[in-house]
Design a protein around this ligand. Structure first.
Ligand SMILES: NC(=O)c1ccc[n+]([C@@H]2O[C@H](COP(=O)([O-])OP(=O)(O)OC[C@H]3O[C@@H](n4cnc5c(N)ncnc54)[C@H](O)[C@@H]3O)[C@@H](O)[C@H]2O)c1
Ligand SMILES: O=C(O)C(=O)C[C@@H](O)[C@H](O)[C@H](O)COP(=O)(O)O
Ligand SMILES: [Zn+2]
Length: 364
């Protein structure tokens, strides 16, 4: 396999799979051994197709390849657009032996993965992520799904891919705003589980924003290694895996409030992590200096530091009430016990939560 820099494995017994990370793997890396039958349905979107569809096809020599090209955007991560994948599969007579391939960012990956989980009660799929966010996070771990107007990712399934192919070269065409959004999830790994990585990121954040190829390759490898480890320990989020949701309880509320696609997922998660850090500091779990350090890093990645104008504490509370981590109507949040160590808790005091909203939100 040419241009392969590094390989990781997500260890899930018979559902284990490799993650290949390298430059210019698209078109040169032969993935046909991960395709059981003769048919491939490549799912992508109208932005990614002109950039990478032809080279991606080159990863499946000898296979019959059909394509579905979806409209681009988080607002299309819905039932109607999902149905276009099923239409394409049925119109082209794809059988249970077909393999779906997701070529694009997290939206395409989550939707193609969910379609694979459902089509004829489940067919295999392969992830070829092309955004930083999807390369460090969404392509690994098997969470797939779509949004509901009342909440993010509310309809979905766990369905692990057969393989993940990360061509770091594809990031060179990514708009700067999307690079920053991806960095939010990269910073997340440092905060939840890897203090050394956090310090490394503080030194490299400018290089990462500037798309330095070496820095990106290392950040992607370390992020995927962290995610693979957490997923292997807790595939279906019985406990530990919830730490991957740091900043997401606030973040998903922001995305829903703003209207899907107006705030990028990574932007909302970045602000959500700043709010989670504030609450962790108010709870006496981390120091004020640590909280400031987190905020500095997130801002230096080019991410916003406060929720959208007009979003109130009530807006947050109403939207967070449907969070998937809640149990028996009780809000559960991921907070930081220390830098590099996250915990899921329902124990944050309502007073400190209110103080956090006071610091960040518009008045009622
Ligand atoms: N399943 C998971 O574990 C998981 C994890 C994190 C996020 N997510 C989900 O992922 C989604 C966000 O993913 P995203 O940030 O990749 O957004 P995205 O999929 O919307 O992609 C961002 C933009 O970049 C474009 N694009 C993709 N690759 C490109 C390239 N190489 N060059 C130029 N443009 C390119 C896309 O067309 C889109 O316009 C959200 O829906 C979020 O909920 C899922
Ligand atoms: O893989 C996970 O687990 C995550 O929580 C990763 C998150 O970055 C991602 O945004 C995920 O889609 C959120 O999952 P959800 O269950 O909160 O919808
Ligand atoms: Zn996320």
């Amino acid at each position: 396999m040419s241009n392969l820099l590094r390989e990781l494995s997500v260890e899930l017994g018979e559902r284990s799979y490799p993650i290949f990370i390298g430059q210019n793997l698209l078109g040169t890396c032969d993935l046909s051994r991960f395709v059981g039958g003769s048919q491939v349905m490549l799912v992508t979107n109208e932005t990614v197709a002109p950039l990478y569809l032809e080279s991606a096809k080159g990863c499946f020599p000898g296979k019959r390849i059909d394509t579905v090209v979806l409209p681009d955007g988080e607002k299309y991560k819905d039932w109607q657009t999902l149905n276009r994948i099923f239409d394409g599969l049925l119109e082209r007579r794809h059988t249970r032996k077909t393999t779906l391939v997701a070529l694009g960012g997290g939206v395409v990956g989550d939707m193609a993965g969910f379609a694979a989980a459902c089509y004829q009660r489940g067919v295999p799929f392969i992830q070829i992520p092309t955004t930083l966010l999807s390369q460090v996070d969404s392509s690994v771990g098997g969470k797939t799904g779509i949004n509901h107007p009342l909440g993010k990712n509310m309809i979905g399934a766990f369905h692990q891919p057969q393989a993940v192919l990360i061509d770091t070269g594809s990031l060179q065409t990514l708009p700067p705003r999307e690079v920053s959004a991806g960095l939010a999830e990269v910073i997340k790994y440092g905060l939840i589980r890897d203090l050394d990585f956090l310090a490394w990121l503080e030194d490299r954040v400018d290089a990462l924003v500037a798309l330095d190829a070496g820095a990106l390759a290392e950040a992607i490898y370390r992020s995927c290694a962290c995610k693979a480890e957490v997923v292997a320990l807790d595939e279906r989020e019985g406990g530990l895996r919830a730490i991957l949701n740091l900043g997401h309880t606030f973040g998903h509320a922001i995305e829903t409030f703003a209207g899907y696609g107006n705030w990028l997922h990574g932007e909302a998660v970045g602000t959500g992590m700043i709010m989670a850090a504030e609450l962790s500091a108010l709870e006496g779990m981390i120091s004020r200096a640590d909280c400031d350090r987190i905020t500095r890093l997130i801002l230096s990645a080019g991410l916003p530091g406060k929720p959208p104008a007009g979003m109130t504490a009530d807006d947050f509370m109403n939207l967070m009430a449907v969070d998937k981590k809640n149990v028996d109507g009780q809000l559960r949040l991921v907070l930081l016990r220390s830098l590099g160590d996250a915990v899921i808790t329902s124990g944050a005091s309502p007073e400190n939560l209110a103080l956090t909203f006071d610091r960040f939100c518009s008045p009622e």
